[in-house]
Ligand binder design. Structure first.
Ligand code: COA
Length: 390
């Protein structure tokens, strides 16, 4: 028994590591669906709360189920006093993703129930699974928004239980009644980022989940994995790039110089999609909606972005490189007054739904992940005593 060198696929590219009924991508056709529902349909008709239930349970909820879930979430927005105290001692220069990973990990110490996972059979205790799921999803956004105030030396703003996850996130960030269009845009952003098949952070959630670690460990591990610049961080680079370009008329020269230097254009290209990312198409429309709402006057960044997209289609379209989800999301978040280093944390708020859906799928039919390796080290060697080494 053994593996041939040819069996080794770096990064497990193309290797089916699990079976999943949660989401589907067709990168050639630009299709993304959650539980069989196209992302466009969900963005147009659903809410983050409803989409979360769809991801978790596999079916669209009834009005009663959605009401119950929504009020459960809202009743868990408040963060325990001791967690806030702990956050008060974090350095104000700490990155929001490090804060979020630490805070979510600490939830495992503040909420009982971890013993349930010592026995695989108890994983089927739906109450336990549901309570943990609600608690984590409800607390992610408040933790992110709280940190924005705390790192500036202020008390955080208390959550409001009359608001949706998206509205409350904006409210806790800004302290103002959320603008309905901005709240709708944030809700759509959360839907679009909630799930995306077996990417690195979701795989990390499966691996941790397969050891029957607590869901807090599962999610904090996934947050850490998402924090890397090859995964969650590109939208803040897009905002910086657009600032650097400055205006639409400077875009062509900037892009040509960058391509000549073999540097990437941020927010362009995707391993899975060879056409425009369907999520970018939806976000692009939201930008247009925002433009109309503002009487046609657009922030310079929006106009520059559209010019960049146009030029990149000419220069990179033949390589299958088009805008990805990060291209427009950063611009929208910046427009909401959210600082760039918080963008990935907001991504994590949304993705907690997908991670937990995969966690549930994993533990309902569990087998611990234990891949193999191809050993490339030396054969058996003789130990040389320290005094005898040259
Ligand atoms: N800007 C310029 N050229 C790009 C590009 C970009 N953003 N993305 C891909 N290309 C080019 C590559 O240079 C390569 O050109 P070549 O065939 O002449 O060598 C070709 O397109 C194929 O790209 P490749 O690197 O093989 O694609 P990939 O699937 O490995 O990479 C990404 C996908 C996301 C890593 C890559 O597109 C990228 O770095 N994008 C910018 C970062 C970003 O926005 N990340 C967020 C992803 S959601």
């Amino acid at each position: 028994m053994g593996f041939l060198m040819s069996d080794f696929l770096p990064g497990l590219e193309g290797v089916a590591a699990t079976k999943s009924a949660i989401s589907y991508i067709d990168g050639e056709k630009g299709i993304l669906s959650y539980r069989g529902y196209p992302i466009e349909t969900l963005a147009a008709n659903s809410s983050f709360e409803e989409t979360t239930l769809l991801l978790l349970d596999g079916e669209l909820p009834s009005a009663k189920e959605l009401d119950g879930f929504t009020s459960d979430l809202r009743s868990h927005y408040r963060i325990k006093y001791h967690i806030r105290e702990m956050m008060r001692h974090f350095p104000s220069t700490g990155h929001p993703m490090d804060m979020l990973q630490t805070a979510v990990s600490s939830l495992g110490m503040f909420y009982p129930g971890t013993e349930c996972l010592t026995n695989a059979a108890v994983c089927e205790d739906l109450n336990y699974v549901r309570n943990m799921t609600v608690n984590i999803i409800a607390q992610m956004a408040p933790l992110v928004a709280m940190w924005e105030h705390m790192r500036q030396g202020y008390d955080p703003i208390e959550p409001r239980q009359d608001l949706s996850v998206a509205e409350n996130l904006l409210y806790m960030f800004t302290g103002k009644e959320p603008d309905p269009l901005m709240a709708k845009i944030m809700d759509v952003c959360l839907i679009l980022h909630a799930e995306h098949t077996l990417n690195a952070s979701t795989f990390s959630a499966l691996v941790s989940g397969s050891t029957l670690a607590t869901p807090y460990s599962v999610i904090s591990g996934a947050i850490g994995t998402l924090s890397g610049p090859l995964h969650g961080g590109a939208n803040s680079y897009v905002v910086d790039m657009l600032k650097e370009i400055g205006s639409p008329k400077k875009a062509e020269k900037w892009i040509d110089k960058r391509l000549a230097n073999k540097e990437v254009i941020w927010g362009m290209g995707h391993r899975e999609y060879k056409v425009k990312d369907p999520r970018a198409t939806i976000l692009h429309k939201l930008v247009a909606e925002l433009m109309e709402d503002r009487g046609g006057s657009l922030d310079q960044a929006f106009e520059t972005a559209m010019k960049v997209e146009e030029i990149c289609a000419e220069r990179l379209g033949h390589k299958g490189v088009y805008p990805n989800v990060d291209f427009y999301s950063g611009i929208l978040y910046a427009e909401m007054g959210i600082p760039a280093d918080q963008f990935t944390a907001i991504f994590a708020v949304a993705r907690s739904a997908g991670w937990l859906a995969h966690w549930r799928e994993q533990i309902s039919n569990n087998r611990i992940y234990r891949p193999t390796q191809i050993y490339t080290g030396s054969g058996v060697r003789e130990y040389v005593a320290l005094a005898e080494r040259g």
